[in-house]
Write a protein that binds this ligand. Structure first.
Ligand code: MLT
Length: 404
């Protein structure tokens, strides 16, 4: 008789954002007269920019003509897109990343979940706490996390690196040595950024201890301050220790379109084995590539018009972030983030837990956010709001919260 992968049975509850969606849908069904404003999941609301839409149309037309029709995409992605990424995201910033070190995919969520497959099941992971839940859950599924302590909300084989107000939500180097370190900056969920000097310490640490860093830079387009690195490859030595994950979801509105990429430098090796070759093997075997029309749309993100238009969108969301940040400060909340990231991280008031505050806000202000404990035990008394709503909804949500 078949048996299931019982690592899945160890997972407590459903995926964080599915749990929230279920709760909100139940509330809306029971209260059809209430206008609920959703600032929970970090999903974009602006339509895709015109220069990108034009590229979509052009590519769709190409698919309808025998001379320009395309079948399977190259395993690792079309060169036109990989070249555009290498030039604009890396070489323009002085980082030595070649097009053939870039793997195109259908998004950073999938890549951040799948990348652990190329590491030994015996490897120990370290994560920030709080953390994007995909990193931990996928390691649980793979059997790498140990056992769950429901009281503490922690896994026995995971090293948690608390990110709290005291350390500006940037983790200290861990006391126990991990094999794989997940870092995300600008950070989801806290909205914190890391300076280049601090990130360099992590790169040096990883090279010293032989650990690999999986660096999620999905929110890079939101960086507004000098001295905050846009890629880990700005740090010296990152080519021998770091994998970088990037997304088109948040900078160009591709959450429904799906496009992302992973960078694995060829020097990143375990003995003689390069992680680049393992990921290439996995990609070739398990994946048939992001659609041609989507990759052409991704290329248009790097056009002059595309860049201008997506910067306007990022500015629109960051104006929302500013409104939330200032509004909540005025209302007496302790808030952070929202300067280099589209997330605002606030302390739940009056000693409430994060789920208590979730219910309170939903019922009394009809505003949805994300409870901090969904991202890990150190998020227990925190709450996340996203700046990805419309300006009108953002203003209405903040005004409702102020009136509570
Ligand atoms: C979030 O809300 O944390 C993100 O939107 C989730 C994701 O990007 O998968």
């Amino acid at each position: 008789m078949f048996q299931v992968n019982d690592n899945y049975l160890k997972l407590p509850g459903s995926y964080l954002f599915s749990t929230i969606a279920k709760k909100v849908n139940a509330y809306s069904k029971a209260n059809p007269d209430k206008k609920v404003i959703r600032l929970g999941i970090g999903d974009v609301t602006l339509p895709i920019a015109p220069a990108i839409i034009d590229a979509f149309h052009g590519a769709v037309d190409e698919m309808g003509k025998a001379e320009t029709f395309r079948g399977y995409a190259p395993d690792l992605g079309y060169e036109f897109l990989r070249n555009a990424i290498a030039e604009n995201d890396y070489k323009a910033r002085g980082c030595d990343i070649e097009a053939d070190e870039i793997f195109i995919s259908d998004g950073a969520k999938c890549d951040s979940g799948n990348i652990q497959e190329i590491f030994s099941v015996d490897n120990r992971i370290a994560v920030c706490d709080p953390v994007y839940p995909v990193y931990v859950d996928t390691n649980v599924m793979a059997g790498r996390a140990g056992t769950y302590d429901a009281r503490k909300g922690t896994w026995s084989n995971v090293i948690y690196m608390p990110c709290l107000e005291e350390n500006d939500f940037v983790p200290e180097l861990p006391e126990e040595t991990p094999d794989i370190i997940y870092l995300c900056f600008p950070n989801n969920p806290t909205g914190a950024a890391v300076t280049k000097e601090r990130l360099q310490e992590w790169v040096d640490y990883a090279n010293r201890t032989g650990a690999a860093i999986i660096y999620d830079a999905a929110y890079e387009a939101y960086i507004s301050q000098e001295g905050v690195p846009h890629t880990i490859y700005e740090c010296e030595g990152a080519r021998t220790c770091a994998i970088e994950l990037r997304s088109f979801s948040k900078n160009a509105g591709f959450t429904g379109v799906r496009l992302g990429f992973t960078v694995i430098p060829k020097e990143l090796k375990c003995g003689d084995v390069s992680l680049h070759s393992l990921w290439a093997r996995r990609h070739g075997t398990k994946y048939n590539g992001a659609p041609y029309i989507v990759q052409r749309a991704g290329e248009a993100v790097y056009s002059r018009a595309g860049q201008t238009q997506i910067r306007e969108q990022v500015a629109y969301y960051m104006n929302n972030a500013k409104y939330i940040l200032e509004g909540l400060k005025e209302a007496g909340y302790t808030v952070s983030g929202g300067i280099n990231a589209p997330y605002i991280w606030l302390k739940a008031p009056n000693g409430m837990t994060s789920w208590e505050f979730f219910d309170y806000l939903l019922e009394n202000a009809n505003v949805v956010g994300t409870p901090g404990s969904g991202f890990g035990p150190s998020g227990e008394t925190y709450f996340r709001l996203t700046a990805f709503g419309s300006y009108e909804n953002t203003v209405a949500a903040v005004d409702r919260i102020k009136k509570l």
